[in-house]
Design a protein. Structure first.
Length: 142
């Protein structure tokens, strides 16, 4: 009976570890999706407005050159790794937001085989190393 209990405890521990790993992989995939949504929104904002946004809220409703209000992003997303709507910003020298990144210091499970646009994430030590930045201007990481 004791042996059966030990086997069940070991099995449930292993199942829990697998479950947590699967949950973390799902959160990583969500972070990649959300980060790229921000990257696309910032790119669209820059192309429409001729500058980078200074806040994420500007991506929700701004008036481009044609005087038509436009949403570049549907909503402010939460960071799936921290559960908060707090993000780190990659700013250009003028202070505009050129990219975002998670504030999580956990080590990513995914270490390779990223999409081309995210290939710089290969071998990252922390999720905060995954910088979702549009290229083309000098940046300052804060």
């Amino acid at each position: 009976m004791l042996a059966l209990l030990m086997v069940l405890l070991l099995w449930s521990g292993a199942a829990m570890e697998v479950s947590q790993t699967m949950l973390r992989r799902d959160k990583e995939a969500e972070l990649l999706f959300i980060g790229n949504q921000y990257r696309l929104a910032i790119t669209s904002f820059y192309l429409s407005m001729g500058r980078f946004p200074t806040t994420l809220e500007e991506l929700l409703n701004s008036t481009p050159k044609a005087d038509q209000p436009r949403r570049f992003l549907r909503r402010i997303y939460r960071d799936p790794m921290t559960g908060k709507a707090d993000w780190g910003f990659v700013r250009n020298p003028s202070g505009g937001i050129q990219g975002i990144y998670s504030l999580s210091t956990l080590t990513p499970i995914k270490q390779s085989k990223f999409e081309t646009i995210d290939s710089a994430f290969t071998g990252s030590l922390k999720y905060s190393d995954w910088k979702f930045v549009i290229s083309g201007a000098p940046v300052i990481t804060r």
